[in-house]
Design a binder for this molecule. Structure first.
Ligand code: ZN
Length: 398
């Protein structure tokens, strides 16, 4: 099993220059390799393989001496990336699609290089890279397993190291007797069928405000101007922060659930429906409904929470799979309208937050829904399914 880590790098001025320099040489090599493949095919009808290009590397180093200042495997990896781009391209053609031909990489598109096997080591506060030296790094969580690959990435004005580590498959947890239904909401992050809630993290709201501010600032800047460029970077920085916080929260929340419950039942996510009819949004501080808040504020809020749910669900599936726990999905139809106690339909409007039934059942709307979700799974014998997109989680775990 692979585990991914991403840490911020703090190169000094000289080191940063060297990083940019390396990045540019890699990009140059990528583009040259692409050109070679393109021309060989165009003029000679010949396909050039990764191995042929790799074999030419020593000769390139003879002519362009500066390439000796880059670790060999980093250069090989550049050509491997090119190969993957072509594999992807031909794969899609095979499937009958019409993909775009692999592109030449501009300065802003090509933003990383990789040590695919060796040439790097990590100590407490330092990352040592062959041919580049020792760079300060902030290791904010413990690295487990054996480091396999190391990628250096330039992202929104900052440098990062991304490590892919091989870790042992964790032992499955002993079975639990508790099952739970979960309603993914807006007022709460989730409501559980046992009446508990997982609150939306406060920073969602904070980040949302900040994001709105920087996006407005961006819209006032003239395209192509220096200030526009600065504003784009500011938006990217806030987005990145939101992403990191969201990932962190999703990791913790999903871990807690998997540790405690045997079967976790969720609604099948229907993000599209949610976007179609945004709920009017109540301001948490003042308790007032925001004027036309449904479209303006709702959209942004939703884009944050929707993405959060998708990631949360995927993490839940991955963690459950390795712990020997189960995640099941049920059809969300009527889960909020039916009384979880007596089964009678109690129509509610979207802003009715309380479920009140003549049978005496009094519940938070979302708790009632969560109870129905759990019941639906137990009752209808719905087919439990693991998330088919498992791998994509690990890939996007950066
Ligand atoms: Zn009832």
């Amino acid at each position: 099993m692979r585990k991914a880590y991403k840490f911020r790098l703090y190169p000094n001025k000289q080191q940063e220059e060297k990083l940019f320099w390396t990045l540019n040489r890699c990009r140059e090599l990528y583009n040259a390799g692409l050109q070679e493949r393109k021309e060989a095919y165009k003029y000679a009808g010949k396909s050039i393989s990764y191995y042929e290009q790799k074999r030419d590397l020593p000769e390139i180093k003879e002519i362009r001496r500066e390439y000796n200042d880059i670790y060999s495997q980093v250069l090989q990896d550049v050509l491997l990336r090119l190969k993957r781009a072509f594999d992807h391209f031909f794969g899609r053609i095979k499937e009958g699609q019409t993909p775009g031909y692999p592109r030449f990489q501009g300065r802003h598109r090509y933003d990383s290089f990789t040590y695919p096997q060796s040439g790097f080591s990590l100590e407490e506060k330092h990352l040592t890279l062959s041919k580049l030296g020792t760079i300060k790094v902030k290791v904010h969580r413990k690295v487990e397993g054996t480091m396999k690959t190391c990628t250096i990435k330039h992202e929104a004005g900052q440098w990062y190291v991304m490590l892919s580590c091989e870790v042992k498959e964790p032992e499955p947890l002993p079975p639990s007797v508790e099952d739970v239904g979960i309603d993914l909401g807006i007022t709460h992050f989730t409501a559980l069928s046992n009446g508990e809630f997982i609150a939306s993290p406060r920073h969602y709201r904070k980040a949302e405000k900040k994001l709105k501010k920087v996006q407005e600032a961006l819209s006032r800047k003239k395209r192509g101007s220096h200030r526009h460029k600065k504003a784009v970077q500011a938006v990217a920085r806030v987005h990145r922060k939101v992403r990191n916080q969201r990932r962190d929260f999703a990791h913790k929340a999903s871990r807690k659930l998997v540790n405690r419950y045997q079967t976790i039942v969720l609604e099948e996510l229907q993000t599209k429906n949610l976007v179609k009819r945004p709920k009017p949004k109540q301001d948490e501080e003042t308790g007032q409904y925001l004027p036309n808040g449904a479209s303006a504020k709702g959209g942004l809020n939703k884009s944050i929470s929707d993405a959060g749910w998708g990631m949360f669900t995927e993490m839940l599936c991955v963690k459950a799979a390795s712990a020997g726990r189960m995640v099941a999905f049920v059809d969300p139809k009527y889960t909020s309208q039916v009384c979880s106690n007596c089964g009678v339909v109690r129509q509610k409007t979207l802003d009715e937050r309380w479920h009140s039934c003549e049978c005496g059942c009094e519940l938070d709307r979302d708790t009632n829904a969560a109870k129905n979700i759990l019941k639906k799974h137990a009752g209808a014998g719905s087919v439990p399914q693991m998330n088919p997109r498992r791998e994509s989680v690990e890939a996007s775990a950066f």
